[in-house]
Ligand binder design. Structure first.
Ligand SMILES: N[C@@H](CCC(=O)N[C@@H](CS)C(=O)NCC(=O)O)C(=O)O
Length: 354
């Protein structure tokens, strides 16, 4: 006997709808827990989470380094703390994600992190193809080369047929090949995904030289067993403007972070420090507008009007952040030079807060 199963069209329609809804639900459950829904700004997501998720390296002293106790420090870390201080009045409201060079962009693209604050060079293709939005340059760097102090290598010519260690997924790898090709110098690139493997290979003598951002060479040299046995060559293979970045296409989040990071630079220019931020003159309109005593610069950016005051009160202005992590109060003693303010012969400049 053949049993005929007749199904009214509306029932079929309902079944299809139910299937689609369950599939959609399944997909939503698979998506990264921190990704914003389309149209919503990450600013709201971060505020409702009550914490900032910040992508760093964790392996680069002075910029972002995590010690044996799990404590983070460095310029890139302090920028995340300043954002958390501005948003939550709490510089500790940050979760860090350690990312190597290759992982860093995917972490932004999948929504795993809110901001990448990790010695990343601003390039045009990272803006377009990788879909990042760079906030502002926080460290003007250039690519360098380190060799053994007792070698007689002083320039790129001295590296003819040499093995040169570098980390892959970086601008470093590409700049080296461009510079060597331009000079027709044959060499052997030895690349690794992991920064520790890269430096270990150099230290073990697998390469005659190692190349990275100059700042990275200076700070990582302090972790070699005999730092004095290594010499950084007096040359720059490229320009490496390092800038934190968010994902493209969310202008509200981009503008909020931009206001906070520029506030650190502006505070330095205005002479507002961690120590004096709460004793600023009430009759100075520029200062009052900046600190939120007057006007709506903060709320216009989706922040509280005192966002800059919060950031400075907790962590100081850009100069203070620089000095404690890389400058005079640090082990590295890196002079400000081009990383000083525009009116101090440097290149750092904030747009006016008005
Ligand atoms: N600024 C360059 C290089 C950045 C980079 O990843 N440098 C390595 C060399 S020291 C590094 O920081 N590695 C740390 C890590 O992988 O955690 C870029 O953006 O491509």
């Amino acid at each position: 006997m053949v049993v005929e199963f007749s199904c009214p069209r509306w029932a079929l329609g309902l079944a299809v709808l139910a299937l689609c809804l369950s599939l959609l639900w399944g997909c939503a459950a698979e998506s990264p827990p921190n990704a914003s829904s389309p149209g919503a700004s990450r600013l709201d997501l971060v505020k409702s989470r009550g914490q900032l998720i910040c992508g760093v390296s964790g392996e680069l002293p002075g910029f972002s380094f995590v010690d044996a106790k799990g404590q983070y420090s460095g310029l890139d870390v302090d920028l995340c703390r300043a954002i958390a201080a501005a948003l939550f009045d709490d510089p500790q409201a940050v979760q860090y994600r350690n990312l190597n060079a290759k992982e860093r962009f995917t972490a932004l693209q999948t929504g795993e992190i809110d901001i990448l604050s990790r010695n990343t060079t601003w390039t045009i293709s990272r803006d377009t193809v990788t879909k990042l939005e760079f906030i502002t340059i926080v460290f003007f760097d250039g690519q360098g080369l380190m060799v053994r102090a007792n070698s007689n290598i002083n320039n790129l010519e001295g590296l003819r047929n040499a093995a040169i260690c570098a980390q892959n997924g970086t601008t470093t790898e590409l700049n080296l090949s461009d510079q060597m090709r331009k000079r027709r110098i044959p060499y052997q690139p030895v690349t690794f995904e992991d920064v520790n493997a890269t430096f270990a290979a150099y230290e073990a003598g697998r390469c005659q030289a190692i190349t990275a951002d100059r700042s990275a060479l200076i700070t990582r040299r302090t972790r070699l067993s005999q730092p004095k046995d290594h010499r950084i060559l007096d040359l720059a293979l490229s320009k490496e403007p390092l800038a934190p970045a968010v994902l493209d296409g969310d202008s509200q989040w981009f503008n909020a972070v931009k206001a906070i990071l520029f506030a650190l630079i502006e505070a330095e220019e205005l002479g507002i420090t961690q120590a004096n931020s709460s004793q600023q003159p009430k009759d100075n309109a520029t200062v009052q507008r900046f600190l939120g005593g007057e006007g709506t610069l903060g709320s216009d950016s989706g922040l509280t009007n005192d966002f800059a005051a919060r950031a400075i009160r907790h962590g100081g202005n850009f100069g203070e952040i620089y000095e404690r992590n890389l400058g005079r109060q640090s082990a590295f003693q890196l002079p400000r030079s081009q990383n000083n303010l525009w009116n101090q012969q440097g290149l750092l400049l904030s747009p006016p807060f008005r």
